[in-house]
Design a protein around this ligand. Structure first.
Ligand code: GEK
Ligand code: PPY
Length: 246
């Protein structure tokens, strides 16, 4: 098997992980090999999102859109309304450059727009029907997370959907170790990463990816105002949550 993501094979000095040119160049391979059931979750979400889009101009905002994979799934969905608009936000120019290539046709016809923005001080989300935060809130400084979710809540129309997918800490310290061990086993046995690569990436992510517990994420959603909140997918320390605005 030839893998694109060899970043942590090659480096010798571990630095803080960043979504830079090097990462953007291998990201689609990296994320599919590093997030368990990544592709399955994309499919589940696309079906779910279509239930929350009106036939006329619905709006979907993907926060931390990376290289546009989720937006590509949505615009290709057989039930995607022709008038729906898709907005991708990310603070990494290299990642958005990849998204621009991937979504060039959709952008050309005005279906997709991509915007460089920092989720940590996002104040101007347009009114929308769906907001997606897939594996992105965990990279936002904890002090800024409630403000972001409050902004999301205010932007959502009544009946609007938020999909929040996060790596989490287990409530129980012993089970947290079990989750981490199974995740590392997943990365070596299923994804072809070596123990050295996993250790180096873990060090690089240490101050960058800050996971909350599930109850802490749910409390953020409750404080933001979401009356309807639940999980719809979990694999050890990877959880998908949904919340609907009344
Ligand atoms: N403060 C910030 N402001 C804006 N963007 C940010 C910030 N911090 C991180 N990002 C962006 O959030 C994304 C996180 S990746 C999301 C995967 C995608 N959702 C997917 O479903 O394929 C998840 C992962 O790599 O595990 C990257 O594109 C960062 O540039
Ligand atoms: O948590 C980890 O160890 C990961 O590898 C998650 C991840 C996936 C893709 C980019 C950055 C972190």
């Amino acid at each position: 098997m030839t893998y694109q993501d060899k970043l942590f094979k090659q480096i010798t000095r571990v630095e803080d992980f960043a979504f830079d040119e090097r990462v953007a160049g291998v990201f689609d391979d990296m994320v599919a090999r590093s997030v368990p059931f990544y592709n399955e979750i994309q499919r589940i979400q696309a079906d779910l999102i279509m239930d929350f889009l009106p036939d006329e101009a619905g709006v979907v905002c993907d926060l931390g859109c990376s290289t546009g994979t989720t937006l590509a799934h949505l615009t290709a969905h057989p039930r995607c309304p022709s008038q729906a608009l898709f907005i991708g936000l990310d603070n990494s120019a290299p990642m958005l450059a990849k998204a621009q290539v991937k979504l060039a046709a959709q952008a050309a016809k005005g279906q997709v727009s991509l915007r460089l923005a920092d989720l940590a001080d996002l104040t101007d989300l347009p009114p929308c029907n769906v907001v997606i935060l897939n594996w992105a809130l965990q990279f936002v400084r904890p002090i800024d997370r409630q403000g972001l979710l409050n902004t999301v809540y205010q932007a959502l129309r009544p009946g609007g959907l938020l999909l929040l997918s996060e790596k989490i800490l287990a409530q129980d310290p012993l089970l947290n170790r079990v989750y981490i061990d199974h995740y590392l086993h997943f990365k070596t046995s299923q994804s072809g990463y070596s123990d050295t690569e996993n250790q180096r990436k873990r060090e690089a992510l240490e101050n960058v990816l800050i996971p909350y517990r599930l109850d802490e994420n749910m409390a953020l959603l409750e404080r933001a105002g979401f009356a309807h909140r639940d999980t719809y997918f979990q694999w050890f320390n990877f959880v998908c949550m949904m919340a609907v605005k009344r």
